[in-house]
Design a protein around this ligand. Sequence first.
Ligand code: CP
Ligand code: NVA
Length: 323
Amino acid sequence: MTIAKPRHLINTIQLSNQEFGSLVDKAAAFKKQVRSGNPAPLEEHKKLLGKVVTMLFSKRSTRTRVSTEGAAAYFGASPMFLGKDDIQLGVNETLYDTVKVLSSMTACIFARVNKHQEITDLCEHSNVPIINSLCDRFHPLQAIADLLTIKEAFGARKGLKLAWVGDSNNVINDLAIASLRSGISVSISVPSGISLDSEVETVAKKLAQEQGLSFEFIHDPVVAVKDANIIVTDTWISMGQEDEKQKKMKQFDGFRITKELISKGGAADDWKFMHCLPRHPEEVEDAVFYSENSLVFEEAENRLYAAMAVIDSFVVNKGDLLQ
Ligand code: CP
Ligand code: NVA
């Protein structure tokens, strides 16, 4: 019997503007339902009752783990967390054999891996949807939650600008594409000597051109925050880069987000600050991180609704995102 290939969530590049928007809208709808005071779905809505949602995680996690487990429970599924020391993968067993076995027994696989190639390999061999839960190049679940957070803060306002002050990494790769897909101009500033993912750069330029938006990749954080409504950063040392800490701390001199930088750059009066978390004090000062302008904890909560939207769209509705 030939099994139809499932649709996977690899990154925001593979989605259309409309599909990405529908995931954000669905996340908003789940939030409304959960917040309504009757968060537990009726028995007939437990669409994955008796199924297992696998979480194949080779890196640590708080938000992605908790949001995925919460979303699985919402649909009546049992989440199964498989950390790197829990299973035979990498010691006694190959990725190919592992994914064949997992996809024969479970409804989907949320995978947090090192290299993007591991996501591609999982997708090639899996009979169930693979949900990229962070790799070295992408973090699409974060981008869905982030665009929901921006929508909540700014409504349908046009002409927004998002400024990134930080590293060139997985989070901004998907956030830049997701923002442009949502009609938001993007300015990315990173220290000189650091480049942007070439596929992301090509897609971002095309999206900006198609929609009359601005997209720039520069090395001056002061220029990036000019007129910005949304100012975003992430750790300077992503998981797996711990050995580069000393070098990177020097390289990122001048990239710490402070009220002084925001004022010097001339951000919009109603600027907001966002960070995917976990946060380290070097990339943003407390006066910004814990300020009234900060959306970081709303953003973290929105990860739950993003996970619900993704399970509903890719697992329950089998990848028909516009349903
Ligand atoms: N933002 C995010 O993905 O957090 P975790 O690493 O804690 O999952
Ligand atoms: N860029 C960070 C994101 C953590 C959620 C990392 O990859 O570690």
